[in-house]
Design a protein around this ligand. Structure first.
Ligand SMILES: Nc1ncnc2c1ncn2[C@@H]1O[C@H](COP(=O)(O)OP(=O)(O)OP(=O)(O)O)[C@@H](O)[C@H]1O
Ligand SMILES: [Mg+2]
Length: 412
């Protein structure tokens, strides 16, 4: 069976695609450090030559910080690819155990962004969904089996290719039952249970039993015969699962556990550890996730866990200045559409970062601040005589005043 790289970077599956990255990456080759070349035409056979460091280098272009998460993700992806390759060559590792990944960390620090950026490099079918859209019965929300069927769609109908794909499930913390997290109650538990068999080794019918049109179509094509016969079920044994969630409030659960075990051992270091939120998250144990409201069987199937750190002012400054997916490109383009050059100065970027840090919503705070700063400028400047302006700390602190000054100067 051949797997080509044509499935990489499915924009519709991933939400907005990272700026500057081709929508369809056919094959990837690293020639210079940090530069991924996207070469056509697609190779018909499965080829994956990237090493973990290559993937991490690609992620560095878009995601600031999160070194540990980049490392873990890069290794997990490479392991998956090597496993797929060996399986396709008939040399599958006996008793191979999947290394499903869990990413956790505060809101807006790049968990989804990491996976979205990695997806650009992925040469196997890849689907992304929010755990919140599923319900236990599939009546109100979707059915978790639909995720697997989506992989087949991404694989152009080829079940064998879909069986080696990757499923990314975001917002899994919202599946927590009402434990100490105050989560979603019984329906979340039902969705977790439904996911269990998929995460290990399950068979999903290619056509949903609820899809009458699909049932009819497959019956008709079976009657007509011809073409390559496709299996009726998709086996999930080789599908890699990556999940993520903010798990807000889990820090307190970890703190309590560390404190009580420290007290029982008279360990002073334990209480010191609890002061640092980041080291708290990195020491999250299986029992903490269970207290949070995840089922033991569910968290047990996610052996690789990594915490993303919060973003401080320096990180946010770098998100604006260095990331290829920086928000500033969006603003530059928005003004350029009206023939206005908008030039971001370092002191302006730093001020934006400082203000965003006070929002405590990670890099999302940058959008909130920029929206406030640029609202009137975006409304008034198009059509005015202003043809260029600089974003300085002065403009960020007093945009209305700066706007008046720009308009007055241009009308002279
Ligand atoms: N470390 C980062 N480097 C560069 N950009 C980032 C980073 N973190 C976040 N961003 C920007 O902020 C946006 C929101 O981040 P993202 O969706 O990854 O948050 P998240 O960690 O998944 O949060 P949540 O738990 O709320 O879903 C991204 O689209 C990206 O533009
Ligand atoms: Mg997210």
């Amino acid at each position: 069976m051949a797997i080509s790289n044509q499935f990489s970077g499915q924009p519709d599956a991933l939400g907005p695609v990272t700026a500057g990255v081709p929508k369809k990456i056919r094959s990837t080759r690293l020639s210079k450090p940090g530069v991924v070349e996207f070469a056509a035409p697609p190779k018909p056979e499965f080829s994956f030559n990237l090493k973990p460091a290559d993937i991490a280098r690609h992620l560095n272009r878009f995601v600031i910080g999160q070194r540990e998460a980049k490392k873990v993700l890069s290794v997990a992806l490479c392991d998956h690819f090597q496993h797929v390759r060996l399986t396709l060559e008939g040399d599958a590792t006996p008793f191979y155990q999947k290394q499903n990944v869990l990413l956790l960390g505060p809101t807006g620090v790049g968990k989804t962004h990491l996976i979205r950026s990695a997806a650009e490099l992925i040469g196997v079918p890849f689907v992304k969904a929010d755990a919140t859209k599923f319900s236990e019965t599939g009546y109100v929300g979707g059915d978790v089996d639909d995720l697997v069927r989506d992989l087949v769609r991404r694989a152009g109908g080829d079940v064998k290719q879909a069986e080696h794909g990757i499923i990314y499930l975001d917002e899994v913390d919202k599946l927590a039952t009402r434990g100490e997290s105050g989560g979603r109650d019984v329906s979340g538990r039902g969705v977790q249970t439904n996911l269990l068999k998929l995460m290990e080794d399950g068979d999903v019918p290619v056509v949903s039993p609820n899809d009458m049109t699909g049932q009819l179509q497959s019956a008709m094509s079976a009657m007509r015969g011809g073409g390559v016969p496709q299996p009726e079920t998709i086996n999930t044994r080789h599908i890699l699962f990556i999940v993520s969630g903010a798990f807000s409030g889990i820090g307190e659960i970890i703190r309590q556990r560390v404190l009580s075990s420290g007290r029982s051992r008279g360990n002073e270091a334990a209480s010191r550890t609890t002061k640092d939120d980041q080291s708290l998250l990195t020491s999250a144990a299986t029992s903490d996730f269970i207290s949070y409201g995840l089922e033991p069987e569910f968290i047990g199937r996610l052996p690789v866990r990594v915490a993303c750190h919060g973003l401080d002012t320096d990180d946010l400054f770098d998100v604006l200045r260095k990331s290829e997916s920086s928000l500033i490109h969006q603003y530059e383009r928005a003004f350029a559409a009206y023939g206005i050059k908008c030039e971001f100065k370092d002191d302006g970027l730093r001020r934006l970062a400082e203000l965003a840090a006070t929002e405590h919503t990670g890099a999302r705070g940058l959008m909130t601040i920029c929206e406030r700063v640029f609202r009137d400028l975006k409304f008034k400047l198009p059509g005015s005589r202003v043809k260029c302006f600089a974003v300085t700390a002065t403009l960020v602190d007093a945009p209305a005043q700066e706007l008046r000054r720009l308009l007055a100067r241009a009308s002279r």
